[in-house]
Ligand binder design. Structure first.
Ligand code: GRF
Length: 206
């Protein structure tokens, strides 16, 4: 049995990925403690779910910090109170500074709603529809200073259907996000992920 790992989850809104991770961790009895859920917005709906689940919550309001570096420093201080082994970005809508990213090198994960390296940035579903791609999806990756380009942990693909709207496509992708993100975090908790030459190796289960 590997040692218990501390996980801190960062959100900005709904928090459905956070919820999927919390629920799967409980259901599958992972060796983890969800130490805290932290939001950069006081009105993030996901905070209510976390609090109701008995998880400590905190808010570091990004609007209060005109300087990106000052916000990241405040956020880092809050996160580090929980001594995390892994920091999970779950719909956390902020670009992070290089010092922050480096501080959590190898222990900062993100989910992006596209098959990276296609469609980094915002409005990914709209981009997929505009390009007319036939396959779209989601990617879990380690975060590096290169936005939406870190080592890939897991991906899921979904078809793009002729009648899709941004909304219908987003829903189809989100369903897969809720499958691959908990799985990726579990792999990390089990100590099975290794980054080599910018690529993620998954060790087989002990
Ligand atoms: C997800 O689609 C995530 O990939 C994107 O923002 C959305 C967040 O959803 N970056 P939620 O807050 O996890 O429900």
């Amino acid at each position: 049995m590997p040692a218990m790992k501390n996980i801190v989850i960062l959100i900005s809104g709904r928090g459905s990925n956070m919820q999927a991770i919390v629920e799967t961790a409980q259901a599958e009895k992972w060796p983890v403690k969800i130490a805290a859920v932290i939001s950069n917005r006081a009105d993030a709906a996901g905070l209510d779910y976390a609090a109701a689940a008995g998880i400590p919550t905190a808010v570091v309001v990004s609007k209060d910090y005109p300087e990106r570096a000052a916000f990241d420093a405040a956020l880092q201080a809050e996160i580090d109170r929980y001594a995390p082994d892994l920091v999970v970005l779950a719909g956390f809508m902020r670009i992070l500074t290089a010092p922050f990213v480096e501080h959590y090198a190898g222990r900062l994960m993100n989910i992006h709603p596209s098959l990276l390296p296609s469609f980094p940035g915002l409005a990914t579903h709209q981009q997929a529809l505009s390009f007319g791609v036939k396959v779209h999806g989601a990617t879990v990756h380690f975060v590096t200073a290169d936005l939406d380009h870190g080592p890939i942990v897991a991906q899921a693909a979904v078809p793009v259907l002729p009648d899709d709207t941004e909304h219908s496509l987003a829903e189809r992708v989100l369903e897969q996000e809720h499958v691959i993100y908990p799985r990726a975090v579990r792999w990390f908790a089990e100590g099975r992920l290794k980054i080599e030459d910018g690529r993620v190796q998954l060790a087989s289960q002990a």
